[in-house]
Design a binder for this molecule. Structure first.
Ligand SMILES: *Cc1c(COP(=O)(O)O)cnc(C)c1O
Length: 419
């Protein structure tokens, strides 16, 4: 199990590369990823038969390629993510399924693509079974089950219970089997993803629900998936889940089911955040420092157009500055450039603006938003016509550009003034 992190407020390098060098070479704001950290997190999970990366957390094809080279397969939640997986070298077929389409709906593009490539589908709504069965009889699917309870670090990340839109309600398994039978669709997997912030007491409950559902579906099931939701610490007070215990609970569930079914079951895990969060750093520049009443504001060249988690969920990201150790600490508010008062990185859920103890800064200093690899770049937008940031991957001490910064021409591409 990884040891608990500490988050120093002064940082001079990322994965052995000086922050100043990264900023001068690639500009700011730039997302920088440490490949070694992703590799380390993949190794942590090697006990599981299959690690399926939930690529929505950070879907750059260079990151997908890195995962693929380390034996990880992928989950795709849209046609676009399926295309990314293929572009990163994943095949359509293999054991385990290299790419699984997981969603609560098929849009028309996704259904067409899934049928064309005969991709395995993890269905989160009963309607998906009919829509798939009608055009691809005999298809193999997984059912994503909502066991009727959930867990998540916020209302917006809770993925179980009756107020979650995700998954097939646990009382409708029988109905889904009837639908599948109508089209010759075969249910070969059961999946439960109960949201980020998994704790172990809660997990025992999920395992119990998994067991009940698999037995209800019966001997066609060959794979069970524990979903994602493995936490990473964003603060010193937070920890990792106890991975050996987490594995034991799932493995025991698998073994009990194997005995009852009389055949082997594959145990999959579907982490997003766990693999990439800590690898990611958003390197920004302090562009203005101002005093408003009792508050000091550091205003950066990055805003919620680059990193939306604070404004969406009140998420906390550790921050550091690339400044001399001699700088004194002070309590400051950190915000971005957008014309929106919510464009504040130091906020709690509900939008409450808070202060952070950081080294005193000067305009031009580099500020790094840390643990930003998951749900960072992928949630970026062009709000205020800001180009998307560059992305850089550091491997063996070598920083490589994996996405060039958008240009102003990119911003208006596809726009037309009618004649
Ligand atoms: C988002 C998601 C994951 C990954 O969640 P994390 O909390 O990032 O681990 C896994 N499976 C499914 C179906 C998801 O939607």
């Amino acid at each position: 199990m990884p040891t608990v992190s500490s988050f120093p407020v002064i940082r001079h390098e990322i994965a052995g590369v000086p922050v100043s060098e990264l900023a001068s070479k690639f500009g700011t704001p730039t997302y920088v990823y440490d490949a070694a950290k992703i590799e380390e997190r993949i190794r942590d999970l090697q006990q599981f038969d299959v690690v399926r990366y939930a690529q929505k957390a950070c879907s750059n094809i260079a990151i997908l390629d890195l995962c693929r080279r380390h034996g990880v397969v992928v989950d795709a939640v849209s046609a676009g993510e399926v295309h990314r997986a293929f572009k990163a070298g994943f095949a359509a077929h293999g054991t385990p399924h290299p790419v699984v389409y997981t969603s609560d709906i098929f849009d028309r593009d996704a259904l067409e693509l899934v049928v064309k490539h005969q991709l395995h589908v993890n269905c989160g709504s009963p309607d998906m079974i009919d829509q798939l069965g009608a055009v691809s009889p005999g298809h193999q699917i997984t059912l994503r089950i909502n066991p009727g309870f959930g867990h998540g670090h916020s209302q917006k990340t809770n993925t179980g219970g009756s107020s979650s839109k995700h998954g097939i309600w646990h009382e409708q398994v029988g109905e889904c089997l009837a639908r599948a039978k109508r089209y010759g669709v075969e249910v070969t997997g059961i999946h439960m993803h109960i949201g980020s912030g998994t704790d172990l007491e809660h997990l025992a409950q999920v395992c119990g629900a998994m067991e009940k559902t698999v037995l209800e579906v019966g001997r066609s099931v060959t794979t069970i998936s524990a979903g994602g939701g493995l936490p990473v610490p964003y603060k010193e007070s937070q920890t990792y889940v106890d991975l050996p215990v987490y594995y034991q609970l799932w493995d025991a569930t698998r073994q009990r089911l194997q005995e009852k079914l009389g055949h082997k079951l594959t145990l999959e895990l579907e982490p997003g955040r766990y693999l990439v969060a800590e690898s990611g750093f958003l390197v920004t520049e302090v562009r203005a420092i101002k005093q408003s009443g009792e508050n000091t504001f550091y205003l950066l060249d990055a805003g919620f157009n680059n990193l939306a988690r604070p404004i969406l969920y009140g998420s906390y990201h550790p921050m550091s500055l690339d400044v001399p150790e001699s700088r004194s600490l002070s309590e400051v508010v950190v915000g971005g450039p957008l014309c929106e008062s919510g464009d504040i990185f130091t906020q709690e859920e509900g939008g409450l603006v808070c202060r952070r103890k950081l080294p005193s800064a000067k305009v031009g200093d580099l500020l790094i938003l840390e643990v930003a690899g998951a749900y960072g770049f992928v949630m970026a937008s062009n709000y205020n016509s800001k180009p998307l940031a560059a992305e850089v991957l550091i491997q063996d001490g070598q920083p490589k550009l994996i996405r060039s910064r958008q240009t102003v021409d990119d911003l208006t591409r596809g726009e037309v003034i009618p004649a």
